[in-house]
Write a protein that binds this ligand. Sequence first.
Ligand SMILES: [Zn+2]
Length: 101
Amino acid sequence: MKGLITICSECGSQTELREISIEFERKGVRAVMSGIPAMVCPRCGEEYVPGEIASTVVDTVSRTIDGTADMLKHTHALRQELVPVGQAAPSLRECLELAVA
Ligand SMILES: [Zn+2]
């Protein structure tokens, strides 16, 4: 593959092709993508995701997070209808508000 990092720029070791997980957090939504192919340094753990894969992953995650944030806003409104004010424990209401903040 073009542009693949085979030598770690941190410690100079030979990198290995592995599948990694990347965690993203935006708009109060956390998304984890796993199974992403990357060159990983077995010595220091540095991860090199090829540019083309990285941009595809970022695009996909951005769309997913935007969609999830919109969905949470919508379901938050529905939850307020479902749970009359005063009946839910304060801590639960705080949790719901935090989840869509
Ligand atoms: Zn290294």
